[in-house]
Ligand binder design. Structure first.
Ligand code: UDP
Ligand code: MG
Length: 137
């Protein structure tokens, strides 16, 4: 096991899951899968901050609703660290649409719909760095 292959990613527990008090259950899934929690904080962001966070989705038809949603209530931003953390977190999350997510994934277990899908996870090293800096600077 090479220490250098350890990397960091950003997870967000979205408003629907915070509201249903799923923080401990979701964090347990990370810890059980060798993703360490480096830092974690509960915050509520503004619509403008959500627009900045999701700016890569600016042109998508769901952008407006997505940004309203992410700013609609408290969220928990988490820095995860571990071997292959970015892909591992994506695998643990499951498909964007909970209906299509595999059994045992966070979205299959807890997601309500494609928009209220309980968690966010960075999708690349570059985005992970930017997203961690967004919440933890
Ligand atoms: N989303 C949505 N409708 C769609 C596609 C995506 O509401 O048709 C939302 C959903 O909450 C998703 C987020 O936009 O988590 C970002 O979309 P992305 O394609 O990056 O999915 P993810 O990386 O979260 O799986
Ligand atoms: Mg994404």
């Amino acid at each position: 096991m090479n220490k250098n292959s350890s990397e960091r990613t950003l997870s967000i527990i979205k408003p629907d899951a915070v509201e249903r008090e799923l923080e401990t259950k979701i964090k347990k899934i990370f810890l059980d899968n060798k993703l360490n929690i480096v830092d974690s904080k509960k915050i509520q962001i503004s619509k403008e901050e959500a627009e900045e966070f999701y700016k890569t989705h600016q042109t998508k038809p769901f952008y407006e609703k997505l940004c309203s949603y992410l700013s609609s209530g408290p969220i928990i931003a988490i820095i995860l660290d571990g071997e292959n953390a970015i892909q591992k977190n994506r695998d643990l999350m499951g498909a964007t649409d909970p209906k299509k997510a595999k059994d045992g994934t966070i979205r299959k277990l807890y997601g309500i719909s494609i928009d209220k899908n309980s968690v966010h996870g960075s999708d690349s090293l570059e985005n992970a760095k930017a997203e961690i800096a967004f919440f933890f600077n």
